[in-house]
Design a protein around this ligand. Structure first.
Ligand SMILES: Nc1ncnc2c1ncn2[C@@H]1O[C@H](COP(=O)(O)OP(=O)(O)OP(=O)(O)O)[C@@H](O)[C@H]1O
Ligand SMILES: [Mg+2]
Length: 236
């Protein structure tokens, strides 16, 4: 007879946790408690290793999700220093420099929801504006949007990169010199540089070409420049 079977039949006084097969978990919480979990939770135990960062249910401590490791170093560094991360970030700068783009990208990376709000509704963490100077000072009170990040006009080097980024899915002729294009787009913002790439692509299409060449980009610059002038006249 197997003594273990007998123990099971007895029923009472069995330590169920000692009978369980598979992995158990010892958790350390951010509130410095140590918790033993006989069952892991929603994450496959084989995917977990010691030292992993996880998100848990606040009552049962069952593991709900794993967290990326870079989360660790920064949050840990802040905890060590005893500082709390800012509650809000304000992105500001001239039009078309990528503020909305950055806010959306951050929201997507953090599983956050991107809400487009007008000034008075501003309770969000990431806000974008091009007139930081006219914001209600109450919004800028410390503890609200206490991080401000400026989005200036792109430098020559940045313009070359932005042009490359927006043409990376195009078949670009080897004669295209992005540094030279960057030099001739002095006062262009990110949105206008993107427009240059789109126009260049359309021009190549109209030529029935299989590649977008340097001249297409130059022509694209001229076209976007003309639109810029037209809209400036409109505002004047
Ligand atoms: N720095 C950049 N790098 C790459 N693309 C950019 C950059 N800035 C702008 N763009 C392109 O221009 C588009 C429009 O930019 P975006 O809407 O983010 O500007 P914005 O700063 O929010 O402008 P506004 O002040 O008018 O709201 C972006 O979706 C992107 O395609
Ligand atoms: Mg915007």
């Amino acid at each position: 007879m197997n003594p273990e079977d007998e123990a099971e039949e007895d029923g009472a006084n069995i330590d169920l946790d000692s009978q369980r097969k598979g992995k158990c978990v010892v958790l350390k919480t951010s509130t410095r408690q140590t918790i033993f979990l006989p069952v892991v939770g929603l994450v496959d135990p084989d995917k977990l290793k010691p030292g992993d960062l996880v998100g848990v249910n606040k009552d049962s401590y069952l593991i709900l999700d794993t967290l990326p490791s870079e989360y660790d170093s920064r949050v840990k560094a802040m905890e060590k220093l005893g500082i709390r991360p800012p509650k809000g970030v304000l992105l500001y700068g001239p039009p078309g420099t990528g503020k909305t783009l950055m806010a959306r990208a951050c929201a997507a990376q953090t599983n956050a929801t991107f809400l487009k709000l007008a000034g008075p509704q501003l309770v969000q963490v990431i806000a974008a504006t091009n007139r930081a100077d006219i914001l209600d000072p109450a919004l800028m009170r410390s503890g609200r949007l206490d991080r401000k990040i400026e989005f200036p006009h792109p430098t020559e080097e940045a313009r070359a990169r932005i042009l490359q980024i927006h043409s990376r899915k195009m078949t670009v002729h080897p004669d295209v010199n992005f540094e030279e294009l960057a030099r001739s787009t002095d006062d262009f913002n990110g949105a206008q540089l993107k427009a240059v790439c789109v126009e260049a692509g359309m021009l190549a299409l109209r030529r029935d070409a299989t590649e977008v060449n340097h001249e297409d980009f130059n022509e694209g610059i001229i076209q976007v420049q003309a639109k810029k002038k037209a809209s400036l006249n409109y505002y004047a």
